[in-house]
Ligand binder design. Structure first.
Ligand SMILES: *Cc1c(COP(=O)(O)O)cnc(C)c1O
Length: 395
């Protein structure tokens, strides 16, 4: 199969990323020659186990964590489930969970189904967000109770890129002996993280959001944190996650974390500048367009822009004609006419939420690509508005 990726302008990196060529190189031996089981007694398998430990060290280094605090999982979603369900099993008598209204479905839908999973009825507090997508820390403080087992708040939002003050929030939870989990899938590799400096107990990350393969994730578990495994089985991961390791992907994730550390500076200078050029250009050349999310408290690669009175899905189809890949905040594809829960929680007006597009860049984007998108978008939006019954150019 040929996907013609060289023809594509890929600005959908919060959905998934290209595997870095260096990562592919690092993985290759483990897909071919080095096929031993890391748990085996013989050297053939044992050397694979050593490579896994090296990868664990590379991931720990990016996070400022200890290697033994890194547990490999199958994805970000598994890490999220593991952390939250562990806390609820640690304190089965505590029946309260604090989270936000803008979490990824991995946390949002888990929280909605807790009763079925645990056999207990839990009270869930979903913190509101402001119009710019930020949280109210006073509301957060007041939400915490004696009954709260765990707080789960994402580090950065996948749709808007808005960054939450999770370190401050974790410190507040710690004072009350409440466990704190953060879904850092979008933050890791894009902004500096140092687990030595904070009180976060659990952190989730996912390989495919930082130029490693799909199907591998990590749950960081702070040393000393009570933990109940989600997948029981063999003694892998010191009994914290059974199942023979996804060796090649783990090696790839290790390499990707080292690369992310090296590219962090570029992400926050060159990629940020490209994002800013794209954002400013779109907002200034297209009338009735607006930014969703706090302008500064944001990931360097993400911009979410609403083009009023047009349908996000229609915009994407027209962008697709030019091989431009991005995402929309409306969800007509899923059969509902409801715009994204994130934009709704922010109070983005209906006519704007429906026409929202998320552009998410990476180190592989170029200025030529940004210029191309800036050249095509005004025509796409104007063409769609001409056909829109809601659009009144004189308004
Ligand atoms: C992609 C994503 C996930 C899910 O990760 P998977 O590895 O795809 O399961 C969870 N949270 C956030 C914020 C994400 O962006």
């Amino acid at each position: 199969m040929n996907c013609n990726s060289d023809k594509v302008i890929y600005m959908d990196n919060n959905a998934t990323t290209r595997i870095a060529p260096e990562v592919v190189d690092a993985m290759m031996p483990f897909l071919t020659d080095c096929y031993g089981n890391p748990s085996s007694m013989h050297t053939f398998g044992g050397q694979v186990g050593k490579a896994i430990e090296e990868a664990r060290g590379q991931i720990a280094a990016l996070l400022g964590a200890e290697p033994e605090e890194i547990v490999f999982t199958s994805c970000g979603t598994e890490s999220d489930s593991t952390a939250i369900l562990s806390a609820l099993q640690t304190w089965p008598e505590k029946r309260h969970v604090v989270t936000t209204r803008v979490e990824h479905p991995a946390v949002k839908n888990l929280c909605e189904n807790l009763a079925q999973l645990t056999g207990h009825k839990h009270r869930i507090t979903r913190l509101k967000v402001e119009r710019d997508g930020t949280l109210d820390l006073e509301e957060y403080r007041q939400a915490l109770t004696e009954d709260t087992a765990i707080v789960s708040v994402m580090w950065a939002n996948n749709e808007t890129g808005v960054i939450f003050p999770v370190e401050e929030m974790a410190a507040i939870a710690r004072e009350r002996d409440i466990l704190f989990h953060t879904d850092a899938v979008q933050a890791v590799g894009k902004i500096p993280i140092n687990m030595k400096d904070n009180a976060i107990d659990f952190l989730s990350l996912s390989g495919h959001k930082l130029h490693a393969p799909k199907g591998v994730g990590v749950l960081y578990i702070r040393k000393g944190t009570p933990f109940v495994p989600f997948i029981n089985g063999g003694h892998q991961e010191k009994g914290r996650r059974g199942g023979t390791e996804n060796v090649a992907s783990i090696i790839g994730l290790g390499r990707a974390c080292t690369l992310a550390g090296e590219k962090m500076e570029e992400e926050n200078t060159r990629v940020r500048a490209l994002r800013d050029k794209l954002e400013k250009g779109l907002l200034s050349s297209i009338p009735k367009s607006m930014l969703n999310g706090h302008p500064e408290k944001r990931l360097p690669n993400t911009t979410n822009i609403s083009f009023e009175f047009v349908e996000g899905e229609a915009i994407l189809l027209h962008m697709n004609e030019y091989n431009i890949c991005a995402s929309s905040g409306s969800a007509c594809t899923s059969g509902s006419l409801e715009p994204s829960h994130v934009l709704r929680a922010m109070g983005v007006p209906f006519t704007a939420a429906h026409g929202s597009i998320r552009f998410s860049l990476s180190i592989y984007n170029t200025e030529e690509e940004v210029d191309f998108v800036l050249d095509k978008m005004p025509g796409i939006i104007a063409g769609l508005r001409e056909m829109s019954p809601f659009w009144n150019p004189d308004e």
